[in-house]
Design a binder for this molecule. Sequence first.
Ligand code: API
Length: 364
Amino acid sequence: MAETITAATISLSLKSSTRHSQLLLSFTSFPVLRFNSLNNPNFRSLVVSSSMSIESTAAPQKTSSKTSFLDHREGSRFLHFVKYHGLGNDFILVDNRDSSEAKVTPEQAVKLCDRNFGIGADGVIFALPGINGTDYTMRIFNSDGSEPEMCGNGVRCFARFIAELENLHGKKQSFTVHTGAGLIVPEIQEDGQVKVDMGEPVLKAADVPTKLAANKHDAVVKSELAVDGVTWNVTCVSMGNPHCVTFGTKGGEDLQVDALNLAQIGPNFEHHDVFPARTNTEFVQVYSPSHLKMRVWERGAGATLACGTGACATVVAAVLEGRAGRKCTVDLPGGPLEIEWREEDNHVYMTGPAEVVFYGSVPL
Ligand SMILES: N[C@H](CCC[C@H](N)C(=O)O)C(=O)O
């Protein structure tokens, strides 16, 4: 039985659990009520004063002596995270909305990304407060601790992470995100896939950046690059982060990407002195003008199962080299991405999945 006692306002829902009922209170516009819990002797009554303070006159619960696993480590700093992947390119996502300081250092990120001694991931991604009117800011540390400007698969995971944190399922499904590559706008589609406006590609050689000489307007398109004694034809594109895209060696056959030893050739591209900020490298096979196959050696992460910015750079390079149209499916080892380099606004759009793998907590 409940009676009205003052004018303050609350709303009430009663949740019974195995051992006792809990009164879950949130304050909205209802009269304050004195309660006798309907079904639990432990709650003799609960008085909610108009000052919104709650004094429970419930009988003191017998706290169990056994602490839960998580409580056990209350003394040390805990990091709560959610593990996501975008086509197998996997990330540790951290809710950092309460501070503009990343909760994890680059050194800690290296440890967390270790697949034997840590959680295991290609990177750590932080959801931080927005800047200059954006909804959020995204930062990412690669598994080697370096901080790239942008991550395509990562921003799709970021969007799904935000939707879960903000319980937006079925409501607003697109966000403005400030990144090192500028404004990025991911939108969660009805089918759960995420479509991302990745902005405009940057082609000016010095802005990729690369020291290779521009050979097509300001851009480097199908230019020769000697790597470890082999001359490759490369096109350089930035999606905020640098990419070196190759369809094969000078005068060579078309690439069979599955036959490549990425661990052997990838680092020689990544650390080549023509790339002052290092580079991601995409090795591409053309099935048709709308269907490409790509494997990637990522800057700061090595061979990954997918690279969103790399897939965008791949389509831009394929168009510049006259090998494909502006709308392509890019097959990656982890699965396909749909990429469009739209002529009317010069923006690149990427559509693909992002999935939760598990939730966890880790002592830092
Ligand atoms: N390793 C990249 C960042 C992650 C890019 C990739 N995972 C993507 O999906 O775009 C770099 O240092 O530029």
